[in-house]
Every structure is written in C-alpha cells, then in structure tokens.
Design a protein around this ligand. Structure first.
Ligand SMILES: [Zn+2]
Length: 75
C-alpha cells in the first residue's frame, strides 16, 4: 500500500505542471521530482533495506516516463 502510494506521490509532480498532461513533453528532467538529481536519490534508496522498496517503486515510475519519452522521440 505504501509502496503504491510513493509511486502516486511522484505523479503529483505531473499535476503541478501546466498543462497537466502534454503527450509531446518528456517529463524526465522537466519536473523537479524527475530530475537527474532525484533519480540519483531514488537510486541511493536501493542501498538501504528500509527504503529499497520505495526506490524500486520510484525508479519504476521514472522508467515508465522514460519509455514515454522514447515513444515521443520516435514520432
Ligand atoms: Zn512521472
């Protein structure tokens, strides 16, 4: 439940941006929680047993967004 929630929390980032959803925008490095620094922090979560599961959840979200970016670049 908490794991799922952490994946949703990072999505709040998408709601703060204007427009909320733009299919032609890459969210990686656009939102503060999707910056390379943030990704680095999520990655560091993997090294601690207590935060590892959150790191995985957050990195899955980043990965999903990265796939979106890749699809944009193909068009
Ligand atoms: Zn995202």
């Amino acid at each position: 439940m908490l794991i799922l929630l952490s994946g949703i929390i990072i999505d709040i980032d998408h709601f703060f941006s204007n427009p909320i959803f733009d299919p032609n925008r890459c969210s990686i490095n656009f939102h503060p929680l999707h910056s390379y620094i943030a990704i680095f922090i999520y990655f560091s979560f993997l090294f601690f047993k207590k935060t590892r599961i959150y790191g995985i959840a957050l990195l899955i979200h980043i990965l999903a967004d990265m796939v979106d970016c890749y699809m944009i670049n193909l068009n």
